[in-house]
Unconditional design. Structure first.
Lengths: 116, 114
């Protein structure tokens, strides 16, 4: 078990470009979460999946943001037409839901996005 | 708007002292609470969680929960310089009985001076 893996670690893009981030959760975990964190703030919830079902997506910041988890394993977060205000750390977390103490989220190292 | 409030600090304590970190939450439906430690430039790491009123101890860490006052705290005994980090308080959001994501506070920056 290597933990939650996120790629890339850093992404620099120009305003208006599309970007996609990938998250590989801990293998036996069935829930996967996406958060955004800006400097001096706590993580801000964006969306989450249980297996392949997206259970909450109303917190995605705009319709430029979308996420998928097609086979209930890895997930991707896409931001279309990036803006400078999208610059932040994007964190993925996973948890094992439904067995005992299961609300514990384990975070990946994050993807730092810089929009120029 | 469901919120978790924390004093952003910085909180400075001498090595060996007790560090006391506090947070309040607005969602009375929240039942589970978490403390994460985040070193600069790193991702959050879970250090404690608590579901029931009262105290929960794990090594040098004690989490305290008072649901009536909507108050959560974390005590760190025998503070070490390696404890210097930002501590994030989080509440598990309640969706009318079903449980979902964590709502995080802004974090309290702790500095332990040798």
């Amino acid at each position: 078990d290597t933990g939650v893996s996120q790629n890339p670690r850093h992404k620099i893009t120009k305003r208006g470009q599309n970007v996609t981030f990938r998250c590989d959760p801990i293998s036996e975990h069935n829930r996967l979460y996406w958060y955004r964190q800006t400097l001096g703030q706590g993580p801000e919830f964006l969306t989450y999946f249980q297996n392949e079902a997206q259970l909450e997506k109303s917190r995605l910041l705009s319709d430029r943001f979308s996420a998928e988890r097609p086979k209930g394993s890895f997930s991707t977060l896409e931001i279309q037409r990036t803006e400078q205000g999208d610059s932040a750390m994007y964190l993925c977390a996973s948890s094992l839901w439904g067995w005992g103490e299961t609300e514990k989220l384990f975070f990946g190292s994050g993807t730092q996005l810089s929009v120029l | 708007q469901k919120e978790v409030e924390q004093n952003s600090g910085p909180l400075s304590v001498p090595e060996g002292a007790i560090a006391s970190l506090n947070c309040t939450y607005s969602d009375r439906g929240s039942q589970s609470f978490f403390w994460y430690r985040q070193y600069s430039g790193k991702s959050p790491e879970l250090i404690m969680f608590i579901y029931s009123n009262g105290d929960k101890e794990d090594g040098r860490f004690t989490a305290q929960l008072n649901k009536a006052s909507q108050y959560v705290s974390l005590l760190i005994r025998d503070s070490q310089p390696s404890d210097s980090a930002t501590y994030l308080c989080a509440a598990l959001e309640d969706y009318g009985g079903s449980q979902g994501n964590l709502i995080f506070g802004k974090g309290t920056k702790l500095s332990v001076k040798p």
